[in-house]
Design a protein. Structure first.
Length: 559
């Protein structure tokens, strides 16, 4: 009675007690507006009792929904997958974008849960997990555990231990490529979603493994089944399916019989000649964005390069700012006003004079997502614009914030890199603009045409997923390119046949296997001599099949 503040705390406790079983110290502090010291005094006197509760980091508090009814074509695909699993351990599920592959996966997962098996659901990008977790939690509640590199070490150890102890809360694992290495004991099914994705391959650091191929080996060890799903399967997987090594299931209809998006090519060479370009936007694209915004629909703009501009060049001597540790030019990032190397992370303040000749006539060449974001804000000052690339999704919940803002229509236009292309499901997107298709097509890699096709098809598949047919505009300097025509007519099999012929002629996978041997050293001449010597000894044994030694496109990284 003498300590007024302490008695206030006790009264607040009684008020809270009527509603809740456990009362958090934080809630009590807020309710009684007392300091932590006063509550601690009461605990020390023995008036209050303090205890700790263990709580899972990934918990589900909503209600579990009934699973959706499958459409006729989905049901057929589901039955075919089940019968395919009788003969084949691995099956390839080729279903066009928005055909409802996830709903079929959910049905299969339920089948394996009923047999009390563990299920691994592999995804290429962390960005995808946020959308998928909430979708699967609606059906499976807290049987789901999540494992990827944006989670802290403690969170990952928790998943590891739950799996080891065969707990019910780790029956379904959703994860990026590293989740292949978890200690499964009773694995029944592995679903590899977007199996064509390059992010499944770990190049650096070691161990260098491909999660899709590792998953197939893991399944063999456990006697489990593997389902590879994609709207644009990799040529390797499709080749295996055609040869009969994998089962093949095809689903060509979109859910609800919505038409595939209408894809048009815009010749920007012509547009530049006729002066119809505003910055990097053609008049056709601007008009389409206006129409979409007028109808309260959303727009996605895709440019596969982050930053503001990849090259800062001097107009007098032609010198471009280079990274001291790598053989690449520095990329200009406007929002931090700095030049940055995307390979080693080196950064310096934006230069106002040329480093070699001192001239102040500096200009930027090329464009990235930042520049597109700035231009679109000037063209449509009323619209709310967001950007999704490596710079804006640094934090643990970076992806979640952007994706949920876009889902809830807080953003009208989303500019982004290839993160946007992967299986995300947005209801209100009616237009997708691909800013420059040529940078992907002209990449020095034998898979560049296949990858360009996949990227463009995938990003096109984000539009018109509900009710209305979507629209896709691809800006290019070369509208007669074969791949672009195959994208616009959805001709995956035509692309596959053509690429397979070329790979066969030039001895590339999947008809041949490649072995790549890299030499690294800080001393240029040492690498050169070593590689030359090694090449001679290999050439004596495998005469026509040795190519090289070749200097890579970017020969020096981190010195």
């Amino acid at each position: 009675s003498r300590a007024k503040k302490q008695s206030d705390v006790i009264l607040s406790l009684f008020l809270l007690k009527s509603n809740e079983k456990h009362i958090r110290v934080k809630d009590l502090k807020e309710r009684s507006q007392a300091s932590a010291a006063i509550i601690k005094t009461l605990i020390d006197k023995g008036v209050l009792d303090e205890y700790f509760l263990n709580e899972d980091r990934v918990s589900f508090e909503g209600e579990i929904k009934e699973q959706k009814e499958l459409s006729e074509s989905q049901q057929t695909a589901y039955e075919t997958i089940k019968s395919s699993f009788v003969q084949n351990d691995v099956s390839l599920f080729y279903g066009v974008t928005s055909s409802g592959k996830t709903e079929i996966y959910i049905k299969l997962i339920q089948d394996y849960l009923d047999q009390e098996k563990q299920i691994l659901y592999l995804l290429p990008e962390i960005a995808l997990t946020t959308q998928l977790i909430s979708r699967l939690q609606n059906y499976f509640g807290d049987k789901i555990a999540v494992f990827h590199s944006k989670y802290s070490i403690n969170e990952r150890v928790e998943v590891w231990n739950n799996l080891l102890a065969k707990k019910a809360k780790a029956q379904i694992i959703i994860g990026a490529r590293s989740s292949v290495l978890l200690p499964f004991s009773n694995l029944g099914l592995i679903v590899v979603d977007e199996e064509h994705e390059t992010s499944f391959k770990q190049f650096d650091p070691a161990p260098r493994y491909h999660a899709r191929d590792a998953a197939i080996v893991l399944a063999k060890l456990h006697g489990a089944k593997v389902l590879l799903g994609s709207a644009t399967p990799s040529i390797e997987s499709f080749f295996n399916a055609k040869k009969g090594k994998y089962g093949l299931i095809v689903l060509k209809e979109r859910f609800g019989n919505i038409l595939l998006p209408d894809i048009n090519l815009i010749d920007i060479k012509e547009k530049f000649k006729k002066r119809l370009m505003k910055g990097h936007f053609s008049d056709t694209l601007i008009k389409a964005i206006e129409e979409a915004l007028d109808e309260k629909e959303q727009v996605i703009l895709f440019q596969n390069r982050r930053g503001y501009s990849p090259i800062l060049e001097c107009n007098d001597c032609g010198n471009a700012a280079q990274c001291p540790n790598c053989d690449v030019s520095l990329t200009y990032h406007q929002y931090k006003n700095q030049l940055r190397c995307h390979y080693c992370g080196y950064q310096m303040a934006m230069q106002h004079n040329c480093i070699s000749c001192g001239s102040n006539k500096l200009s930027t060449k090329g464009f990235g997502t930042e520049q597109i974001e700035e231009e679109i804000k000037q063209l449509f000052p009323e619209a709310k614009v967001g950007r999704m690339d490596l710079d804006t999704t640094r934090g643990k919940h970076g992806y979640k914030k952007i994706i949920s803002a876009f889902e809830n229509q807080e953003l009208d236009i989303l500019v982004g890199t290839q993160m946007l292309t992967k299986g995300l499901d947005f209801k209100h997107v009616s237009l997708v603009g691909i800013m420059n298709a040529d940078s992907m097509l002209n990449f020095p890699d034998f898979r560049s045409h296949e990858r360009s096709y996949q990227l463009m098809q995938q990003v096109a598949g984000r539009s018109g997923r509900y009710k209305k047919r979507g629209k896709v505009l691809i800006q290019t300097y070369n509208p007669y390119h074969k791949i672009l025509h195959q994208v616009s007519t959805n001709a995956y099999e035509e692309m596959y046949e053509e690429q397979l012929d070329q790979r066969h002629i030039y001895k590339y996978p999947p008809t041949n296997r490649l072995i790549k041997i890299s030499f690294k050293h800080r001393d240029y001449s040492m690498v050169s001599e070593g590689a030359q010597w090694f090449w001679k000894s290999l050439d004596m044994l495998f005469k026509p099949n040795v190519l090289g030694p070749e200097f890579p496109a970017i020969a020096r990284i981190r010195n």
